[in-house]
Design a protein around this ligand. Structure first.
Ligand SMILES: *Cc1c(COP(=O)(O)O)cnc(C)c1O
Length: 353
């Protein structure tokens, strides 16, 4: 079965989960689907990813893919634009937040809609695939802005695009700037590994230097199939790095994180970032307190090599940007939350929930 068929057969309704998979929904999962007359974040899970669920209720895979009613509980400090990107938008799809790199949202479609998604305002929306005109605008922008060294393809998931479409996008960017470095942000190796086929790796390797940034959050996501997908990329000369998200009930113990990072380096994947949860609306049930995150990192630093230890980082709410969570940036815990300094020395607050 080809990947496109696999993608089209992903579960998109609770009925399919129950009738075709024998999954019994918990009360909070069932309540989510009952509330879907409200505006909710898309649901889709490939059968492969669902098959990785081991335990009926408390399971790291299940938590990431099956929605719960807690997504409707929005905290006052949560934001529709958690990274404050609006003011850095060059266009609907191009975000120029840091001097030397731009983020290009090439599609709004994902194979799986992660329940902890912080781009839930874009992903699964109505913006579909980048148009020829939008691609031209982006290519012109990087051609005129020589300070831009990297383009990060994101979305949505760029690898849900057909290989020929990806080829067109990459080719336009390279034509505009021969020296451009490309990153592809994708969960495809984790949630739909069959998508990584020879045609794709043959295409991607023509656009070197090109890096794939994926997101494994738990060791249970590392299987024969996902390992093969990553090996195919790496063997084609495409480096793979991992950006994990610290998630309550998924990977918020030293043991979970240690097992994950060790498994990743065995696959030749460098753990790049461990992200503190962004303040996206309806994701508070996933957020681990900053205090706990710092304690986990202290323990991991004692146990892990530099190769296997990622940088613990947060994207500051309100547009402050990404900062590593270490002594240079962390101030004290105040009534308004943690005092965090961004690269320019400005103070931002992150709540201690
Ligand atoms: C995360 C991010 C980047 C990349 O940041 P790195 O620290 O280089 O990985 C670039 N642009 C935007 C808007 C981002 O959110």
């Amino acid at each position: 079965m080809g990947w496109k068929q696999e993608l089209s057969e992903a579960y998109r309704t609770p009925g399919e989960l129950i009738s075709q998979n024998g999954i019994e929904l918990t009360e909070s999962e069932e309540l989510f689907f009952k509330k879907t007359e409200q505006n909710y974040f898309s649901f889709s899970v490939p059968r492969y990813y669902l098959s990785l669920i081991e335990n009926r209720t408390i399971d790291p895979v299940r938590r990431q893919c099956i929605p719960s009613v807690e997504e409707f509980s929005v905290k006052p400090w949560e934001l529709d634009d958690p990274l404050g990107e609006e003011k850095y938008k060059v266009s609907d799809r191009l975000i120029h937040r840091y001097r030397d790199r731009v983020l290009f949202l090439v599609t709004d479609t994902c194979a799986m809609y992660c329940r902890h998604c912080f781009r839930r305002n874009f992903a699964g929306g109505k913006r579909d695939v980048v148009t020829a005109q939008e691609l031209k605008t982006a290519a012109e922008y990087i051609s005129e802005h020589r300070e831009v060294v990297e383009v990060i393809l994101s979305g949505g998931d760029p690898l849900t695009l057909e290989t020929a479409v990806l080829d067109r996008i990459l080719s336009a960017l390279k034509k505009a700037r021969e020296d451009i470095v490309i990153r592809v942000g994708t969960r495809i190796p984790v949630v739909l590994p069959s998508r990584i086929d020879a045609a794709l790796t043959d295409t991607l390797k023509r656009y070197s230097p090109l890096f794939v940034m994926t997101q494994f959050n738990h060791k249970n996501e590392i299987t024969g199939r996902s390992s093969t997908a990553c090996s195919m990329l790496i063997d084609a000369g495409i480096p793979v790095l991992n950006q994990a998200v610290l998630l309550k009930g998924v990977n918020d113990t030293t043991e979970d994180l240690e097992n994950l990072f060790h498994a990743l380096i065995r696959l030749r994947i460098k753990p790049y970032y461990l992200f503190q949860g962004d303040l996206a609306a309806g994701t508070s049930h996933f957020r681990v307190s900053l205090q706990k995150g710092l304690a986990l990192m202290r323990e991991l630093r004692e146990r892990l090599s530099g190769l296997s230890l990622p940088v613990y980082a947060v994207d500051l709410p309100g547009g402050g940007g990404k900062i590593p969570l270490n002594g240079d940036y962390i101030g004290s815990l105040t009534d308004k939350g943690w005092e965090l300094k961004n690269a320019e020395g400005k103070i931002f607050y992150y709540p201690e929930e």
